[in-house]
Ligand binder design. Structure first.
Ligand code: 3PG
Length: 209
């Protein structure tokens, strides 16, 4: 169904997380990510121009573009109106989840504890972002948290880079891995598109071999 996040992600397992202050860079950025083999990207609502960036990247057509750092139901509505195909949040907010479900868009709320995960499950969510994954204890924490919840799929994000990517992806409970390491705010601000393409290709390569 349209609200199933695994359907939107369609087997690709790398989620580039982007913070883009300048909508004019959305086109070349989408080109670089797509050229590196990314199939989707998360545009964070941390900049005033995030909606325009979502719109521009969605129009590019080469990527399924979602919205990240969505904190409120109102932001979720604006993100989806701008063309976001999925919504990611750093935490669990029931209004955000309900709104996304009403809009028919998959939502991946963030959780950091078993209690938060149980609240997400009660709201009908089965795919969560473990955030911030590395500061929380990384793979050990993910495994311990996943054990009592065999139906839950995780998208660990926060402090992850190429060096620990494959060990996360080897975990059966991990649906995909997110992070900004492929296109950091510095890369984006300086137009380092070759580097973005190279880092994305490296991550995609690690995820498929
Ligand atoms: C996010 O919003 O998901 C995080 O900022 C991504 O975490 P990272 O920047 O540590 O990869």
């Amino acid at each position: 169904s349209g609200t199933d996040v695994a359907t939107v992600l369609a087997g690709a397992r790398i989620m580039p997380v982007l913070t883009v202050p300048e909508p004019a860079t959305a086109g070349p950025l989408a080109d670089a990510l797509a050229a590196g083999g990314a199939r989707y990207a998360e545009v964070t609502f941390r900049t005033a121009e995030a909606e325009q960036v979502v719109k521009a990247m969605a129009a590019h057509g080469g990527l399924a573009v979602g919205a990240g750092t969505v904190l409120t139901a109102e932001q979720a509505e604006r993100a989806v109106a701008a063309g976001a195909r999925f919504v990611v949040s750093p935490g669990f907010d029931e209004d955000v989840v309900t709104t996304c479900r009403e809009l028919g868009v998959p939502v991946v709320p963030g959780i950091a504890t078993a209690t938060e995960l149980m609240r997400a499950l009660s709201a009908g969510v089965d795919t969560v972002k473990l955030f911030p994954a590395e500061p929380l204890g990384g793979l050990r924490t993910l495994r311990s948290l996943a054990a009592p919840f065999p139906r839950v799929r995780f998208v660990p994000t926060g402090g992850i880079d190429a060096s620990c990517l494959t060990s996360y992806l080897a975990e059966p409970a991990v649906l995909a891995v997110g992070g900004s390491w492929m296109a950091t705010p510095t890369h984006v601000a300086n137009g380092y598109y070759d580097e973005i393409r190279r880092l994305t290709a490296d991550a995609v390569d690690r995820s498929t071999t």
